[in-house]
Every structure is written in C-alpha cells, then in structure tokens.
Design a binder for this molecule. Structure first.
Ligand code: SF4
Length: 363
C-alpha cells in the first residue's frame, strides 16, 4: 500500500482543493496518512498571501529533507506559490520533484471531506479583478465558473449523505457565471438590475433541497453585490445572515491604488442597504494596513469606516509586497513595520477583541 500526505497552507480555497487532491489519490489506490514521515508522496499546497506564508512552506520542506536525507518521498508542490516562475521555484525550493498547477486539480475530482455535516463546495476558481496587491489572478489564473448542474448535483449528493450546511467557495462568488462580462458592465447593471445574476439562480436551485439547512458563501465582493442578491438573502432563510465582505481600506485614495473599484462611501451604502433589508445581518471583512503610502489620515479613514460598518470580525493583514503583482512593481513598501504593527493592533482592538466569544465560525 502506498501512502500520501497533504500539507495545506492558507485559506479555505486551498483546503477545498486539498480535499479534491485527496480524492484523486484515493481513486489511484493510495491511502491517506496523517503522519508525513510515513508517506510515499507528500503534496504541499502552498499559500503566497504574505512572505511569512512562503517561509513556512520552506521550513516544512527543510524538515522533510532533514528527516529523510536524500532518500525522501516524492514531493509535489501546488497552490499559490506557483506564481513564481518554474526556474525560480526550483531554486527557492530545491526539494520539490513535481509541480501540480492548481487548475489541473479540477472541480470534479471527488472530494474527501473530514467534516461530515458541513461541506465546502467550489463554484468558481481564479479571479479577473486584479487588485494590485494580490497574487491570485497570477497563481490561480482567470476566473472560471463551474457549470451550475455540476454544483447542484454535488450538493444533492452531499445532502443525501447527511450534510446540512454548505459553503459555496470562490474568489468572487457573486460574479459567478459573469466572468465574460467586464466589471464596468457588471457595475452598471447594479443600478439598473434587469434580471437575477447567475449566483442568485444558483442559491435558489440549491435551496430547493429540503434537508439542507444552511448556506454560506465566501468571498463576496462589494462591486458585484447585486440588489437581487440582497433580496434573495432577505427571502431565503437558509442563507446565513453573516456576510463576509472584504473592504481592505477606508481611504478612497488607497482603494484606488489597490484597484478595488469602489469608494468607502459606496461600501458603507451597500452595508446600510443590506442592514435595512436584512436587519439581523452581521458582517466580516478583510483589511490591509500599511499599504504603500498609507498616511495617518488614510488609516483614520479605515478606522472611521470600521466604526460605521460595525464588523463582527476582520482578517487584518499587514501589507507584504508579493513579487509579480502590480503593487510590487509600482509602489514602494514604505510604511515601517512598527507603524504597520501599531495600525494592525488598533484595528484588532477595535474589531476583533470585543467579539472574541461570538465570532462566526466559517473560514
Ligand atoms: S478580488 Fe482582488 S483580492 Fe480577491 S482574489 Fe481577486 S484580485 Fe485577489
């Protein structure tokens, strides 16, 4: 019997990909081990969101090398570190034997899930938004939506097998099925909605399964939050009232440098529209502090937005330049680490500390 071990770094999208990589190994007759020292093949599913995430991958590979010496198991690298050119990657991580592009994993390998009640279901992969700090459009490629009938069929099987809660996953779930429509056109349909976007149709389809109790989705982006989606949340009691809506900054100047496509005022307007339509809605967000050139005034704008939005939880990151991104090429990482830390701490105290005992559990 041959054994495989998967080490997953990073976000829920990576965890979901790892479930499908495991499914592929099982289909090929391998058995999963929870101990990498017993594995014949080790898959390292990497994260690149910050330099520290890449350093942890390096550390893990060095441990393997130290333990096995030259007679080590086959090491396969996948995930977001694949944005590095192959030549650089092999120089950076000389232990790797094979590279598995994440889009080769595919949506349709059967997922091996450890949780038996709650399942993560990918509905799209990649991203077309090109926020200037983000590596995803380069590491995961352009946005591709999974056919609706495949998603519905997977959810049907999950419900049949006792799953009561699902989380629909994508880098931008609410642009599901709209990857061929450019952002400008999508934005103009927000003010004059003609029909429901495909994501709303998908929510309606999977809500028809009687035994499915809760539907979450991650990550929804502000610029694609269609009025029909707000209406659907209002009417559909299966949709979780906790909404994760990354804002990244409260400064319009920084939002522009980030290429986020909305202003702080648009963002707060959207939050207020949702609060009026769904009075028990709560919100989570992602924020980056110390983006290049972020002044004290820019940061105060973020603090003010945070107070207005009333977030229940925030994933606060200190800006880390990622090679290959526009921000890395064009902007100087000129905010000193101690200032980044101070700003991070202020937001932690403001958002996360007061809610520690009531934090939502998804993600
Ligand atoms: S929306 Fe922006 S931050 Fe999110 S994955 Fe796409 S490029 Fe990255």
């Amino acid at each position: 019997m041959k054994y495989f071990f998967i080490k997953t770094f990073g976000c829920q999208a990576n965890k979901s990909d790892s479930e499908r990589i495991a499914g592929d190994y099982i289909a090929r007759g391998f058995k999963e081990t929870s101990n990498w020292k017993k594995a014949n093949e080790i898959v390292v599913n990497t994260c690149s969101v910050r330099q520290r995430a890449e350093d942890r991958v390096k550390g893990f590979l060095l441990n393997i090398e130290k333990y096995f010496g030259s007679n080590r198991p086959k090491i396969i690298l996948t995930g977001c570190m694949l944005h590095h050119q192959k030549k650089n990657l092999l120089k950076l991580l000389p232990q790797i034997d094979q590279i598995l592009p994440i889009n080769k994993v595919g949506f349709n390998s059967p997922a091996i899930r450890k949780d038996k009640l709650h399942a993560f279901v990918p509905i799209s992969s990649g991203c077309n938004s090109f926020c200037t700090y983000c590596i995803v459009p380069y590491s995961r490629g352009r946005e591709i939506s999974r056919p609706m009938e495949d998603i519905v069929s997977e959810v049907k099987d999950l419900v049949k097998n006792g799953y009561q809660e699902i989380t629909l996953l994508g880098q931008n779930v609410n642009s599901y099925g709209l990857e061929k429509t450019n952002i400008k056109t999508r934005k103009s349909t927000l003010s004059k909605p003609k029909s429901s976007p495909p994501f709303v149709n998908l929510l309606q389809e999977i809500s028809k399964f009687k035994d499915l109790k809760t539907i979450n989705f991650l990550t929804a982006n502000p610029w694609d939050f269609h009025p029909a989606l707000i209406k659907e949340i209002t009417q559909n009691r299966k949709i979780n009232r906790f909404i994760h809506l990354p804002v990244q900054s409260g400064s319009n100047r920084i939002l522009k440098l980030m290429n986020r496509g909305y202003t702080a005022q648009n963002y707060i307007k959207l939050i207020n529209q949702i609060k009026v339509a769904v009075p028990n809605a709560t919100f989570g967000t992602d924020i980056i502090v110390g983006f290049p050139s972020e002044t004290e005034k820019d940061f105060q704008d973020t603090v003010n937005l945070t107070k207005k939005a009333g977030f229940q939880v925030a994933f606060i990151a200190r800006y880390s330049p990622r090679p290959g991104t526009v921000a890395y090429r064009l902007y100087q990482d000129n905010i000193p680490p101690q200032i980044k830390k101070k700003r991070w701490q202020i937001l932690e105290n403001l958002i996360n500390k007061p809610h520690l005992s009531t934090r939502p559990t998804i993600r």
